[in-house]
Design a protein around this ligand. Structure first.
Ligand SMILES: C[S@@+](CC[C@H](N)C(=O)[O-])C[C@H]1O[C@@H](n2cnc3c(N)ncnc32)[C@H](O)[C@@H]1O
Length: 222
């Protein structure tokens, strides 16, 4: 992997977090009893209504922010249906503003305001299987003590795993992806990490990191 400027996230962690292995073992033997929030149930129902009888490829763009990536993915995978999900009302509400930058009037995508923790669980319960799943620039939570807040350090990662499909995670923090790879390997799923070199940024965060000269990385499952 080539590496230009690897200046990224400030962390007090110097390798894969020691707690990760134990955390995943624990999650494998626990079941979430947390009630589903109403707004996420409503969003899930809205997705099902929008999908109707569609039985082709379904792609999730989880934590999509303003949904720039969702729109670009809709153009790239024109036969699929793409669902962008983010919990921030403010970011989801800005989608139309940002989408004007993209010369694409695709109608094969939907952006929803929902919490992916509940949304993934509902999708697993409904037996959904994805063809691809994008998780682009999740919040890194770089302090050593914050490992459980990273997606691969949380119980929800098992729901994401069960949804299947090719997973792509992007981050400007290489260690985030190395930890994610560690957990995927534990779940018997192979992946590769490389440097992002797309001609056009896929998301607003990617645009910001690239503009400040930071490397961005991608993990893709095989
Ligand atoms: C660093 S931003 C990245 C946004 C976008 N993917 C990008 O690259 O521009 C992380 C996003 O994750 C969203 N997020 C964090 N936790 C979430 C959750 N539980 N459910 C849905 N979205 C969540 C935040 O609202 C935020 O928009």
């Amino acid at each position: 992997m080539s590496s230009g400027n690897s200046r990224t996230v400030e962390t007090n962690q110097d390798g894969i977090n020691d707690a990760l292995d134990g955390l995943v073992n624990k999650y494998l033997h626990t079941k979430s009893l947390k009630p589903i929030q109403k707004h996420t149930q409503d969003a899930f129902d809205k997705m099902n209504e929008w999908l109707g009888a569609f039985d082709g490829d379904i792609i999730f763009d989880s934590c999509c922010g303003v949904g720039l990536s969702t729109q670009q993915l809709a153009r790239r995978f024109s036969d699929a249906r793409i669902i962008g999900i983010d919990k921030s009302d403010m970011r989801v509400g800005k989608h139309l503003h940002y989408s004007q930058d993209v010369d694409n009037k695709a109608d094969n995508y939907l952006i929803l305001r929902a919490d992916v923790i509940d949304f993934w669980r509902l999708a697993v319960q409904a037996g959904m299987q994805l063809s691809r799943h994008f998780l682009l620039y999740p919040n890194p939570y770089p302090k050593k003590t914050q490992v459980q807040k990273r997606w691969h350090g949380s119980a929800s990662f098992l729901d994401l795993h069960q949804l299947g499909g090719q997973l792509e995670v992007r981050s400007n923090w290489l260690l985030y992806l190395q930890e994610c790879q560690f957990v995927l390997t534990k779940l018997k799923r192979e992946s590769e990490i490389s440097v992002v070199n797309d001609p056009q940024p896929l998301t607003m965060f990617e645009k910001k990191y690239q503009a400040s000269g930071q490397d961005c990385y991608r993990l893709v499952t095989r």
